[in-house]
Design a protein around this ligand. Sequence first.
Ligand SMILES: CC(C)(COP(=O)(O)OP(=O)(O)OC[C@H]1O[C@@H](n2cnc3c(N)ncnc32)[C@H](O)[C@@H]1OP(=O)(O)O)[C@@H](O)C(=O)NCCC(=O)NCCS
Length: 149
Amino acid sequence: MILIREAHKRDVKWVYSLNKKLFQEDVWSRESYEYALTSRHYLFLIAEEEKKLCGFVVGRMVGIEGEVLKLGIAPEFQRRGIGGMLLKRLLEKFEDSGVKEVFLEVRLSNIPAIKLYQKLGFEEVGIRPFYYGKEDALVMKKGLSVFSQ
Ligand SMILES: CC(C)(COP(=O)(O)OP(=O)(O)OC[C@H]1O[C@@H](n2cnc3c(N)ncnc32)[C@H](O)[C@@H]1OP(=O)(O)O)[C@@H](O)C(=O)NCCC(=O)NCCS
């Protein structure tokens, strides 16, 4: 059974090494993940199955705005619904904290992630040219309350 829980300091080593495997130029430093653990503006969640770490998500919120900053699932756990579970839990936590709109940026070529975000109700709202060096970012948004959709 998959368990979604808050991240702890002991998880950072694993998260950092997975992030080096999954991301290219947009790898985060160990310190960035450690900061996400301590700042009240950040949410940092882990998915695990029988004590084995499967994936993580980091979000940030400022006032009524939330942002999905990092989402990664270990290759052997991909395509089992875990990315969706982590994101849903993040969105619930955002909503509980009063967030009304959630934004994210994703590489235009990252079809798996775009499909996942669309499945969870995110819509395309624009492009940030050359956001990832040579590659553009797609900006997506999801309203969390009926008033902002
Ligand atoms: C993108 C990522 C987080 C998806 O996580 P996941 O746990 O494998 O996704 P899920 O199993 O929850 O998939 C949910 C939906 O997303 C879409 N999806 C996920 N992986 C896909 C793939 N390889 N190809 C096409 N669609 C895909 C599908 O619509 C899927 O629903 P379905 O299985 O019913 O068809 C994962 O592939 C990953 O870690 N990728 C590398 C890091 C990354 O790109 N992170 C996001 C940008 S920061």
